[in-house]
Design a protein around this ligand. Structure first.
Ligand code: ADP
Ligand code: MG
Length: 292
């Protein structure tokens, strides 16, 4: 998933800790193998490559992630859409050539983007696609999902006091013994003021172009795209979301990155406990170079 993952856990024996951590890391690796769009033989890539119209049997993980994605797609009016892969691959290719995708390329690719092109039968664990050429990209939900499942794996070993950090997407269990109000989580959104939140039995995720972006002709494009246009988001904002699970926090941070403040009420209506903070401002590197 292209990020460093760390796990902190509390338990009374070293072997127990090692076995639980190994199970959690194996769980993350298996989820990555299933979902990644960086390898043509992942389950997600193989599934979407099947002939259009044909039902394809899929694993419980792929079923679950597609099912969660469907809700988030609807809730966001299409701003979150894991069928955005055609566009993300187009941007990856364009970046290698130091350019941005042409209008013609975007138009052609838009025909194979849209969650509506996919029919999920979650009960029967199968999916089919209306047309060929769709690429599934779970980049905006996979790390959160993996963090949740890794925390779940630790709980299977009786370990509840733990934190899983998938490079900024965190799933958090019971508070540590010396911090009864929760794990102290420090958020540094770009060059905006950092803040700290004590969290337990919750999740937190941050996304936005202040960290990962691509600059072309003086315009900064986020790696988060608007699936309705295929363009990288250009509004400079870092979005932090606190939610009950990391899958929701991860995807919701991407949704707010695309749509900004106006989508917050819709997210709150569906996830009443959600907390969302948007940081705007000059990009981090620029601020440090003018203000050493
Ligand atoms: P990160 O945590 O890696 O900074 P996000 O969680 O915001 O990033 O996810 C960004 C990744 O999700 C992109 O690199 C791309 O693979 C994919 N993606 C980009 N735009 C969208 C979108 N609108 N909907 C779903 N996935 C997206
Ligand atoms: Mg995200």
């Amino acid at each position: 998933m292209g990020s460093r993952c760390s796990i902190i856990l509390y338990t009374d024996s070293e072997p127990k800790a090692a076995a639980a951590a190994e199970h959690a890391f194996d769980t993350i690796a298996a989820i990555e193998d299933t979902l990644t769009d960086y390898r043509p033989n992942s389950e997600a890539m193989r599934t979407a490559a099947q002939p259009a119209g044909q039902w394809v049997a899929i694993s419980p993980v792929l079923t679950d992630v597609l099912d969660r994605s469907r809700v988030l797609y609807q809730l966001s009016g299409g701003a979150f859409d894991p069928t955005v892969g055609g566009f993300t691959h187009l941007w990856r290719a364009a970046k290698r050539e130091q350019r941005i995708p042409t209008e013609e390329e975007l138009k052609r690719t838009s025909a194979s983007v849209g969650f509506g092109l996919l029919e999920l039968d979650a009960a029967a664990q199968r999916v089919r696609f209306e047309k060929p050429g769709i690429i599934l990209d779970f980049g905006a939900i996979g790390k959160g999902y993996a963090a949740d499942k890794a925390l779940g794996a630790l709980r299977e070993h009786g370990i509840n006091t733990a934190l899983v950090d998938m490079g900024g997407d965190l799933a958090i269990g019971d508070p540590p013994p010396d911090q009864p109000s929760g794990w102290s989580i420090r958020v540094q959104p770009g060059n905006s003021a950092e803040w700290t939140a004590p969290l337990h039995n919750a999740a937190i995720a941050t996304s936005g172009d202040l960290e990962r972006h691509y600059e072309h002709n003086g315009v900064r494009y986020s790696h988060i795209l608007d699936p309705r246009t295929g363009m990288g988001v250009t509004a400079p904002r870092a979005v932090t979301v606190i939610a009950s699970d990391a899958t929701t926090a991860d995807a919701a941070a991407s949704i707010v990155s695309v749509l900004g403040e106006p989508v917050i009420p819709a997210l709150r209506a569906y996830f009443p406990d959600i907390i969302i903070r948007i940081a705007t401002g000059e990009p981090f590197e620029q601020a440090t170079s003018t203000n050493p």
